[in-house]
Design a protein around this ligand. Structure first.
Ligand code: 5RP
Length: 231
């Protein structure tokens, strides 16, 4: 069986074949999406892609893109993105996904929301029949609201864990200096209802349920690539 690291590369590089010269590209975050960023850098260097500009979904991705001389722009000049390629923590048969174990869900959702095409790249371990089966739903919260939001999420049935960082286990801070509460729910019967409920509580900035947003999911499996699309 091909190892997972190799499958991540295959999924990401397949998605990059959808990029054409002149496009505005959203660059995702994580150990799968980084392979798409690197492939874009290589194709630009080789002259096989030209006049690409990109919007990164995190400071980490911005740094990677800069190191590869991928020109970065902002929404001020490029409010619409042609294609975004990003990873996921879970994807279901409806192309609904959970994202955010890498901590970048807020910028990722902002970028995805203005993308004409939003391509998820993942190895087969991310495929689920019901969201929540394996991954928690990350909820980005302003630090001041940690307790009331945590209590509220528990009242929705979640086991809530504040995400921690570093050897001293301090609260993880996002690029926007918020915290993340990981919500372990098990298989979610109605992700749309849950997403609406999470939004009700003041202090919630964003959640990791990306519903009806992905246009494509590319799964890399030991038997080859599987491309599911709603285009
Ligand atoms: C970051 C994300 C990542 O895309 C997601 O966590 C998948 O990461 P990886 O490809 O490393 O498994 O949502 O916020």
């Amino acid at each position: 069986m091909r190892d997972i690291a190799e499958l991540k590369v295959q999924a990401a590089e397949q998605a990059v074949t959808f990029i054409q010269s002149g496009m505005v590209v959203g660059l995702g975050t994580g150990s799968t999406a980084v392979h798409a960023v690197r492939a874009v850098g290589r194709l630009l260097q080789a002259g096989q892609l030209r006049h690409i500009v990109a919007i990164p979904t995190s400071e980490a991705t911005a740094a990677e893109a800069r190191s590869l001389q991928i020109p970065l722009v902002t929404f001020d000049t490029h409010p619409v993105i042609d294609i975004t390629i990003d990873g996921a923590d879970e994807a279901d048969p409806n192309l609904d996904v959970i994202k955010g174990l890498g901590g970048a869900l807020l910028r990722e959702k902002i970028v995805a929301a203005v993308s004409r095409r939003f391509v998820i790249v993942a190895d087969h371990s991310k495929r689920v029949t019901q969201l929540g089966s394996k991954a928690p739903v990350p909820v980005e919260v302003i630090p001041f609201a940690a307790r009331p939001v945590g209590d509220y999420l528990q009242s929705l049935g979640a086991r809530v864990e504040m995400r921690l960082d570093g050897a001293d286990k301090r609260p993880f801070r996002t690029d926007e200096n918020n915290i993340i509460l990981d919500c372990y729910l098990g298989p979610i019967a109605d992700p749309y209802q849950l997403a609406a409920a999470i939004r009700q509580q003041p202090g919630v900035v964003e959640h990791g349920l990306f519903l009806n947003m992905a246009t494509d999911v590319i799964f890399a499996t030991p038997d080859g690539l599987e491309h599911v699309t709603r285009l």
